[in-house]
Design a protein around this ligand. Structure first.
Ligand SMILES: [Zn+2]
Length: 458
């Protein structure tokens, strides 16, 4: 190992130790420190991984998909290096590798260990250059990070750069139902695993706001046979006739419950998972595609999916003084619309709290809430509460959506918790839809009141 890398490992590990002493949960700092000493450290460590190196990218679903794959690897008894939520930049990837490295810069069990790396759109090209991935998975592409990356075409362009920097025999795992993602397969000489949903019963519900999409090959517009959500479905181009590829991993007979979902997948039979929502069905299919590239057997896939634990704020259920609070992160229009779609499928009158913050991690422009189809829930919501720094803006949005007047509009999580307790009885279900920083605040308040374990202990 290069002396500079060894110095970088030492510096990174020292900072990780410091964080532990301070009992801080942050994970990106050691990687940041180490990369300052040796910018090539991620490559030097990551390329030692002999059990497969997978990049998982896409607008939504990276975290849950990666957790599903990690759970499948665990079921197969295979070691894995995984950068967890919130650290999907090079520094986070490097931190995860550092935690596995000896002081001499060698990864433990390198030959059989798999690397599972969630990558931010802009991080995907440098991650591909550094890590020489054996597989690249793309979940979906929504237009909701405009303030960070510009148009859909810009993000698709970043992914094409990542593919150009990847080994030519890397496997692509792509969502066939998303035309912008499926079209990444064009011109790729390596293996492609397309995944998709074939279940007419899931089409035709509220599809949510759709941004205009054009064929990347000819600029034509798309028409849909079955349309599941936003621009996701059985698409074909009116200009050149290109169409959704037949999926290699295909879900049929999808059944969505309150806390779990089941589906039939060719070759695997019925699969169950403790997560619901159509978006998690796509996540599961991408995870299965990745598992195939890693050579995992059907038993590990089935067991891993059945045992997956929800990621932070994704369908976590918190018992709070007899109430079941279901936390459904709604951090951007696509994510919020998927949550709306999930809730419209439930028959019962709903109790819903919506929390809106406008801090850096949330996006400071809250006009995105007007791209969320809260209208679809107007007839479903029996009681609602509104919280967060921008509670008044949210209350206004929900008033226009036709929701009943909120029982409380509160800025602090403590006051919101009090209001929910006051207005509900033990045994009630409450759906909580927070933005990212609002989720952190609200969850911290629940922890203070003994509602659940602190995130960083998980
Ligand atoms: Zn076309």
């Amino acid at each position: 190992m290069h002396p500079r890398s060894i110095a970088a490992v030492a510096a990174g590990k020292a900072s990780a130790r410091g964080l532990r002493l301070l009992r801080r949960g942050g994970t990106a700092l050691p990687g940041l420190v180490a990369l300052r000493v040796d910018p090539r450290l991620a490559a030097r460590l990551g390329r030692q991984l002999g059990g497969g190196r997978v990049l998982v990218t896409g607008t939504n679903g990276k975290t849950t998909t990666s957790r599903m794959v990690a759970s499948m690897l665990e079921a197969a008894g295979r070691p894995v290096v995984h950068n967890r939520e919130g650290s999907n930049l090079m520094r986070g990837i490097t931190s995860a590798l550092l935690a596995r490295s000896t002081l001499s810069g060698h990864l433990r069990d390198a030959s059989e260990t798999a690397g599972l790396f969630e990558t931010d759109e802009a991080t995907t090209p440098p991650a591909a250059r550094a890590l020489r991935p054996t597989a690249i998975a793309v979940t979906n592409l929504f237009r909701d990070q405009l303030d960070r990356y510009g148009e859909v075409d810009t993000v698709a362009g970043l992914w094409r750069q990542a593919l150009a920097a990847s080994p030519k025999d890397a496997a692509l795992v792509l969502n066939a139902d998303d035309p912008s993602v499926a079209q990444l397969a064009e011109g790729w000489s390596g293996p492609v695993i397309a995944v998709g949903i074939d279940d007419e019963a899931q089409a035709g519900g509220p599809i949510g706001a759709t941004d205009a999409r054009w064929c990347q090959a000819c600029g034509g517009s798309f028409r849909y046979g079955q349309r599941f959500f936003a621009h996701l479905g059985h698409w074909s181009c009116e200009g050149c006739g290109r169409s959704r590829p037949a999926p290699d991993v295909r879900a049929t007979a999808v059944r969505l419950g309150l806390d779990e979902a089941a589906m039939e997948v060719d070759g695997l039979g019925e699969l169950r998972m403790p997560l619901t929502g159509l978006y998690n069905v796509w996540n599961a299919l991408i995870a299965i595609g990745i598992a195939r590239t890693l050579g995992l057997d059907d038993g590990a896939i089935r067991a891993g999916l059945g045992a997956v634990e929800p990621a932070f704020g994704r369908q976590e259920r918190v018992d709070f003084e007899g109430r079941s609070l279901r936390l459904l992160l709604a951090k951007n229009p696509a994510g919020a619309n998927q949550v709306v779609r999930l809730l419209t499928a439930l028959e019962t009158p709903l109790h819903v709290a919506v929390l809106l913050n406008d801090r850096l991690a949330d996006g400071q422009d809250v006009s995105w809430t007007w791209d969320v189809d809260y209208e679809f829930l107007a007839d479903h919501v029996a009681r609602c509460w509104v919280g967060g720094d921008r509670a008044e803006d949210m209350a206004l949005r929900l008033k226009y959506a036709g929701w009943p007047a909120p029982l409380a509009v509160e800025h602090t999580p403590a006051a919101l918790c009090d209001a929910i307790l006051r207005d509900t009885r033990p045994g009630d279900d409450v759906f909580v839809l927070p933005t990212y920083s609002a989720l952190l605040d609200f969850r911290a308040e629940l922890v203070r009141r003994g509602g659940t374990a602190a995130f960083w202990q998980n």
